[in-house]
Design a binder for this molecule. Structure first.
Ligand SMILES: [Zn+2]
Length: 203
C-alpha cells in the first residue's frame, strides 16, 4: 500500500511540470490573444457594446486574476497527472490504439466530452451559486466585475477541481480516445473561456 502511494506520488510529480506548463501556455496564449484583439485592437469599436459601463479592470484586478491562474493551472495539471497515472495502471478506459474500437467510438469522444463537460459545468456552477456556499468558493471568481479574458482562469483553487472532476468517472467507465481528449483539453477550455470573457455583449 505504502509502495503504491510512493509510486503514485512519484508519477504525478514527474508528469506535473510538463502538464502545468502546457496548460498555462495554452490558456495564456488564448487569453492573451483575445485580450489583444478585443481589449486593445477593437477597444474603440466595441465601446458601446461594453457590459460593464462604469467599472474598469485595474492593475490590482489583473494581478489577482493572474495569481489565481497559477493555482487554477496547477490544480488542472494535478488532476490530469492523476488520470494519466490511473491510465498507466490500467484503471481507465482511455485508449490510443485506434484498432481496438470502432472509428465512430473514437469520433464520438469529442461530442461526448464536450457535452459532459457542459452538463457538469452547468450543475456545479448552479451549486456554487447556492447562497449557503457561494461566499466560500465562487465569490472569488465574481470579484472581477469588469470581466476580461484573464478572468476565465481566476478562481478559488477548489473550483477548477470541482469543475473538471467529471473526467475521473468518465475515464473509468467510458472508452475515450486519448488524442481526441487531449485536443479538446488543450483547445476547447482555453478558447471557450477566453471567448466568454470579452466584457462586451453581442460577440
Ligand atoms: Zn458564477
Amino acid at each position: 500500500m505504502f509502495d503504491a502511494l510512493i509510486d503514485f506520488a512519484w508519477s504525478v510529480a514527474n508528469t506535473f511540470p510538463q502538464s502545468y506548463v502546457m496548460g498555462l501556455a495554452t490558456s495564456g496564449v488564448a487569453a492573451g490573444f483575445f485580450y489583444l484583439v478585443f481589449w486593445k485592437l477593437l477597444a474603440e469599436h466595441l465601446r458601446h457594446w461594453r457590459i460593464q459601463l462604469d467599472r474598469r479592470a485595474d492593475s490590482a484586478q489583473f494581478k489577482r486574476e493572474l495569481w489565481h491562474a497559477l493555482f487554477t493551472g496547477a490544480v488542472g495539471a494535478i488532476l490530469s497527472c492523476v488520470v494519466t497515472y490511473l491510465g498507466t495502471m490500467g484503471l481507465t478506459k482511455i485508449y490510443f490504439d485506434l484498432s481496438t474500437h470502432h472509428i465512430l467510438v473514437a469520433l464520438a469522444t469529442v461530442p461526448f466530452v464536450l457535452l459532459l463537460d457542459d452538463f457538469w459545468f452547468y450543475w456545479v456552477h448552479r451549486m456554487l451559486h447556492h447562497p449557503s456556499i457561494f461566499k466560500y468558493v465562487h465569490a472569488e471568481h465574481h470579484r472581477s466585475l469588469d470581466v476580461n479574458p484573464f478572468t476565465s482562469m481566476s478562481f478559488h483553487w477548489l473550483e477548477p477541481l470541482l469543475l473538471t472532476l467529471w473526467i475521473v468517472p468518465a475515464a473509468t467507465f467510458v472508452p475515450i480516445y486519448g488524442p481526441a481528449l487531449l485536443v479538446v483539453q488543450l483547445s476547447s477550455p482555453a478558447l471557450w473561456h477566453a471567448r466568454q470573457y470579452q466584457g462586451a455583449s453581442g460577440l
